[in-house]
Write a protein that binds this ligand. Structure first.
Ligand SMILES: NC(=O)c1ccc[n+]([C@@H]2O[C@H](COP(=O)([O-])OP(=O)(O)OC[C@H]3O[C@@H](n4cnc5c(N)ncnc54)[C@H](OP(=O)(O)O)[C@@H]3O)[C@@H](O)[C@H]2O)c1
Length: 243
């Protein structure tokens, strides 16, 4: 590609999203990274330097998505690569799960996908090029006690991905999901030591994954070379689960 493509990464303040933003920047994209706070957005701007910037965006809020996307388009250009990475957990056994815990996970992990994709697909259709990459999780396939809300949300991410891929394929827009296993981030830092040991015993390569390893996969799916892969969920879990 001769001109710089703008890539948008939600939840780029830390963890997997930060690694994806850094990797896409290194690959030559102009990168818009988002956080939920101004301090987070400022830190992203500082990290990305002159070819990227941080923006405040709450994927659970319609007005926030619209406003942030308009500012990003005006400042960096309409993004033709969009990585829906923002995601949360609110773990609880179903019997104890509060409606707020269910709703927060659905509004962020699934609703966020709907809101952001609806805003970004039109410019991609006009450009006749686009890459949408959605973060799922191995939990969508394996299930996990205490995470029924999270598992349901990530199952929805994968189903959404397959449907949108069918809608947009004729415009050379691909839509894929990436389903990480257990990656070393703040999300997995909450796992206790005993649980971590049990977990490691079930992972073929015997370790947690690194955010940079997920970023490398996302970077490939964003590339022009990946144009014949769409509607897929690509697993990256060190052999914890064979999809
Ligand atoms: N870590 C893993 O092992 C693992 C495994 C499988 C799948 N995943 C998926 O990978 C993605 C990233 O995970 P992670 O471990 O890197 O997460 P993380 O370290 O907890 O970071 C979450 C990111 O999402 C942002 N975010 C949270 N709520 C948001 C909202 N309403 N609107 C916009 N952004 C929001 C956060 O922004 P702030 O900093 O502003 O809060 C932060 O940048 C998630 O979708 C997660 O489900 C992770």
């Amino acid at each position: 590609m001769t001109t710089k493509v703008t890539a948008l990464v939600t939840g780029a303040s830390r963890g997997i999203g930060a690694a994806i933003a850094d990797s896409l920047l290194e690959a030559g994209y102009r990168v818009a990274g988002t956080a939920t706070s101004q301090a987070g957005a400022d830190a992203i701007s500082e990290r990305l330097g002159s070819e990227g910037a941080g923006f405040v965006l709450d994927v659970a809020d319609d007005a926030s998505v619209t406003a942030a996307c308009d500012v990003i388009a005006a400042g960096l250009g309409e993004p033709l690569v969009v990585v829906n990475n923002a995601g949360i957990t609110r773990d609880n056994l179903l019997l104890r799960m509060k409606p707020e815990e269910w709703d927060a996970v659905m509004q962020t992990n699934v609703g966020g996908l709907y809101r952001l994709c609806r805003r970004v697909v039109r410019p991609m259709m006009k450009a006749r090029f686009g890459r949408i990459i959605n973060l799922s999780s191995v939990i969508a396939r394996m299930g996990n006690g205490g995470q029924s809300n999270y598992a349901a949300s990530k199952g929805a991410v994968e189903a959404f991905t397959r449907s949108l891929a069918q809608e947009l394929g004729s415009r050379s827009i691909t839509v894929n999901a990436v389903a990480p296993g257990f990656i070393e981030t703040e999300m997995t830092a909450k796992i206790g030591e005993a649980q971590r040991d049990a977990l490691l015993a079930g992972i073929a390569v015997g370790r947690l994954g690194q955010a940079q390893e997920v970023a490398a996969l996302v970077r490939f799916l964003a590339s022009e070379e990946a144009g014949y892969i769409t509607g897929e969920t690509i697993h990256i879990n060190g052999g914890l689960y064979f999809g």
